[in-house]
Design a protein around this ligand. Sequence first.
Ligand SMILES: O=P(O)(O)OC[C@H]1O[C@H](OP(=O)(O)OP(=O)(O)O)[C@H](O)[C@@H]1O
Ligand SMILES: Nc1ncnc2[nH]cnc12
Length: 194
Amino acid sequence: MSENKIEEDPRINGIKTKIRVVPDFPKKGIMFQDITTVLLDPKAFKDTIDLFVERYRDKNISVVAGIEARGFLFGPPIALAIGAKFVPLRKPKKLPGETIFEEYELEYGNDRLEMHVGAVEAGDRALVVDDLIATGGTLCAAINLLERVGAEVVECACVIELPELKVCCRKAEAQGEAIVHACGVPMIYLSYMD
Ligand SMILES: O=P(O)(O)OC[C@H]1O[C@H](OP(=O)(O)OP(=O)(O)O)[C@H](O)[C@@H]1O
Ligand SMILES: Nc1ncnc2[nH]cnc12
């Protein structure tokens, strides 16, 4: 996956230094990557958005789909800057209209993503945005939702990739499990934790 990292840009290191790592949250053994500390620094936050906007502004993206909750922080400014609509992919029972859903497993539990019927149409060109990829289960659920209604998922964009779980992703990929790359969608990320 390293070929998909935005390499060499001096802004990346600045962003990376603003990510706070909290051990044993939300439960023992998890090294939680906290992006709220990036949001406290206007330059790091702007650099994060700009890096994605520079990559996607000429890719004819018609919809940015943001994953609840942290994809809602990065997705809308990217959507506004590239002139795309923003569609929230939400956790269960939050959307008031008719929805479709996908279930998935997390590093620390199970969950489900829902999307409003009609928000994304066949032929839409989609970018999926989240703060972090761990196992890829969440992104896969998002991709499935978008593809079920006929959208083309052009790429997934995350700020952080977890290196220890990347190994799991590669293993899963080799075994042909349904992870992000098995869905056939390229993924870009800015920074992973050393
Ligand atoms: O690659 P995966 O293993 O699927 O994990 C990544 C997902 O986990 C986190 O969200 P979380 O489910 O903790 O929800 P939150 O943003 O609402 O806290 C993160 O923001 C991603 O959405
Ligand atoms: N280690 C982690 N830090 C922050 N968000 C996560 N989502 C899944 N694993 C995570």
